[in-house]
Design a protein around this ligand. Structure first.
Ligand SMILES: Cc1ncc(COP(=O)(O)O)c(C=O)c1O
Length: 339
């Protein structure tokens, strides 16, 4: 990285180069090795710190954003908003984030604590009943009436996937021989497309598994209500391209919960909802994965932001009934390997 790069100082230097750990307790009988990229170790707590940084770096390089003068405006109720709040805060850029009432209160509080202005739209779109079109209209209004305003638009900006070439490169450097399978959850398609582009460029023989939510439309399914934020989308993102993934797996909200709780119980990793989705996808594909293969999963964020939902027994029971046995049964007694 160039030393005069304005976005590589201070806390922003700690984005990326996240740890990769082998999961040996989750599926002790598995015939393959499983490695997890812990993206929650990014300073803003998620993989979207990478996207936020690259989006801003490109905009500053191209003169679209000038620290101290420009205003960055984005619609995000979650991790990208936090990543942008952090990067804009460090760089002295005013940031307005448009969210809707479904946004996690803790996420809004984190963005505000980092100096972002958070605007909550209150109505749904009369035509679709969705908040998303209203949020997008509000971003356009702010852009139209604010001098030096810029919207990075993570859903169409190629710098979003570009930021994940490094994600895949780091995985390939850390997994002996490179992974045979890569599992990544999808929303904007930034992670999936960036990892797929890097694999194609490097001619890596890796099979890419896209993990989407049941009820998401990214891969051509009908929309349906979803409970767990992070992965999935109500509108197919412009970054989507046919052929990005070799396999697509759709995962239910319940499967996310169960596999997040299993991950916490067996590996002591507290991760967000889409982490449960990728673990569920590995389990679903287990019979098709050849003996001795190496799999890598991207765990996109930390679990603290889900303490009121996925990790709250009352919330889980109110949505899914008595399901605790699904992650409690057959809990293995772990073998302790020397470090
Ligand atoms: C928790 C979580 N998992 C997965 C994703 C999907 O990542 P991408 O937008 O790169 O497709 C996101 C995106 O915001 C996320 O917040």
């Amino acid at each position: 990285m160039h030393t005069s790069d304005p976005v590589c100082g201070g806390v922003l230097r700690t984005v990326g180069r996240t740890p990769l750990v082998e999961l040996t307790r989750l599926e002790p009988a598995a015939r393959f090795r499983l490695f997890a990229k812990l993206e929650g170790h990014n300073p803003g707590g998620s993989i979207k710190d990478r996207s936020a940084l690259e989006l801003l770096r490109g905009a500053i390089r191209d003169g679209l954003v000038i620290p101290g003068r420009s205003v960055v405006v984005e619609s995000s109720s979650g991790n990208l908003g936090i990543g942008l709040a952090q990067a804009c805060g460090y760089l002295g850029i005013r940031f307005i984030c448009v969210v809707d009432p479904r946004a996690n209160r803790q996420n809004i509080a984190i963005m505000r604590a980092l100096g972002a202005e958070v605007e909550v739209v209150t109505r749904t779109d009369p035509a679709t009943g969705e908040y998303l079109p209203v949020r997008i209209r509000r971003v356009r209004e702010i852009l139209a009436r604010t001098e030096h305003a810029y919207c990075p638009d993570q859903y169409s900006n190629p710098l979003n996937p570009r930021s994940h070439h490094a994600t895949m490169r780091e995985i390939c450097e850390a997994v002996p021989g490179g992974p045979d399978y890569l599992f990544a959850a999808t929303s904007s398609c930034g992670t999936l497309r960036g990892c797929a582009e890097y694999a194609r460029e490097q001619q890596l023989p890796v099979s890419i598994v896209a993990v989407d939510a049941e009820g998401s439309v990214i891969f051509g399914r009908e929309p349906a209500p979803r409970l767990i934020p992070g992965h999935g989308a109500a509108v197919r993102p412009a970054l989507h391209q046919d052929g990005l993934a070799d396999t697509v797996v759709h995962v239910s909200d319940l499967d996310c919960v169960v596999n997040c709780r299993r991950l916490a119980a067996r590996e002591a990793i507290l991760a967000g909802g889409s982490a449960g989705a990728v673990i569920a996808a590995v389990r679903r594909m287990a019979d098709r994965i050849p003996d001795g293969a190496t799999c890598a999963v991207v765990l996109a964020d930390r679990g603290e932001r889900y303490l009121d939902t996925i990790y709250n027994d009352d919330w889980v029971a109110s949505h899914f009934g008595d399901v605790a046995h699904l992650w409690k049964e057959n809990s293995p007694v772990a073998e302790v390997a020397p470090c």
